[in-house]
Design a protein around this ligand. Structure first.
Ligand code: AVI
Length: 323
């Protein structure tokens, strides 16, 4: 999940981004990382349990069913596993178990949520042959420290799961892969979990569920501005919208003004006026073609070794090896 910088962003970073995103001309927008305050992160956990949100279970299924094969695909020897945005680490436990059965393994969950890291150490702490070193840092900073501190004979496996890559604009995702590659040595590996294109009839309910949890997750951004920036958003004057942008192959989340209004945001030193129907764009979830991650990898110094696809929900784990 995109919790990379949210807990470390100060109120003033939030205020700056809100001010620039809501006062610019054209489409209003706020970066999706701000969806994940304490309330937003808890709501996201609930989203992962919803029947409509099949991608979380697809990711979990693939990792559980193919943990042994993924572990066997890696060069043998000591392995350090760095997970970018690990959450509680539950999804990685099967793979760590399989790796631990083969060789001594060190697991570095990289997360900025201390609560998630604590849960991770508690839940995975007793695995045989697996040592946990939690890092409370943004993804790339954490990865650099792991890479810098690794032992000479240790291979690095980086996990970037859950289709978090989909929350980046495509060029940013590509740049991200390139930056990750620069921290790796040839032979190191990157496992990317990505949600694939599928019919809108399956995709849209995943982002607009019947219980309204995703709507609450989205609307919480307005509540967060009220809490932290003393804004006076009336949550009843906005509604959640999830729409598929076919040209960009992504689901976009927006908050739609249901009446004309002006909102004061004192701690961002601005006000924002909305016309009826105007939206704040709060998140994009890009959907990938089956071979797209492999192609992005090969443009950025990796070769694709293998891919595992889920049969119930189009989702792929692609194992890239640094060349
Ligand atoms: C974290 N990320 C992969 C989720 C997604 O599917 O883009 C965030 C999310 N937004 C709405 N529902 C879930």
């Amino acid at each position: 999940m995109l919790t990379e910088t949210s807990a470390q962003d100060s109120v003033s970073d939030f205020a700056i981004d809100v001010r620039s995103g809501l006062t610019k001309s054209g489409q209003k927008e706020i970066p999706s990382k701000y969806l994940y305050d304490e309330v937003g992160s808890a709501l996201f956990e609930v989203i992962t349990l919803l029947p409509e949100y099949g991608l979380f279970r697809a990711d979990e299924r693939l990792l559980r069913e193919h943990a042994g094969e993924i572990a066997q695909s890696l060069p043998q020897g000591r392995v350090a596993v760095a997970e970018l945005g690990s959450g509680s680490g539950k999804k990685s436990s099967w793979l760590l178990e399989a790796l631990g059965a083969l060789q001594p393994t060190v697991y570095y969950p990289i997360e900025i949520s201390q609560a998630a890291l604590d849960q991770c150490s508690k839940e995975l702490g007793r695995m045989r042959n697996v040592k946990i070193n939690a890092l409370r840092q943004p993804y790339l900073e954490g990865l650099s420290s792991v890479a810098a501190g690794r032992k000479q004979d240790e291979r690095l496996l980086v996990l970037f799961l859950g289709s978090t890559i989909g929350n980046f604009e495509r060029p940013v995702a590509e740049q991200f892969l390139s930056t990750v590659r620069q921290t790796l040595n040839p032979g190191d590996a990157l496992l990317v979990g990505a949600d694939l294109e599928k019919p809108c009839s399956r995709l849209l309910p995943a982002y607009d569920d019947a219980l309204g949890v995703t709507a609450a997750f989205n609307l919480n951004l307005l509540a967060r501005m009220n809490r932290e920036l003393e804004a006076d958003f009336d949550l009843g004057a906005f509604r959640h919208l999830a729409r598929y942008n076919a040209a960009e192959r992504r689901v976009e989340m927006h908050l739609v003004a249901t009446r004309e209004q002006t909102v004061e945001i004192p701690r961002a030193a601005c006000s924002a006026s909305f016309m009826l129907g105007e939206t704040i764009w709060t998140e994009s979830s890009h959907k990938y073609r089956q071979n797209e991650v492999a192609q992005m990898g090969s443009r950025n110094g990796f070769r694709a070794l293998r891919q595992w696809n889920d049969e119930e929900w189009a989702f792929a784990e692609t194992l890239l090896i640094a060349e």
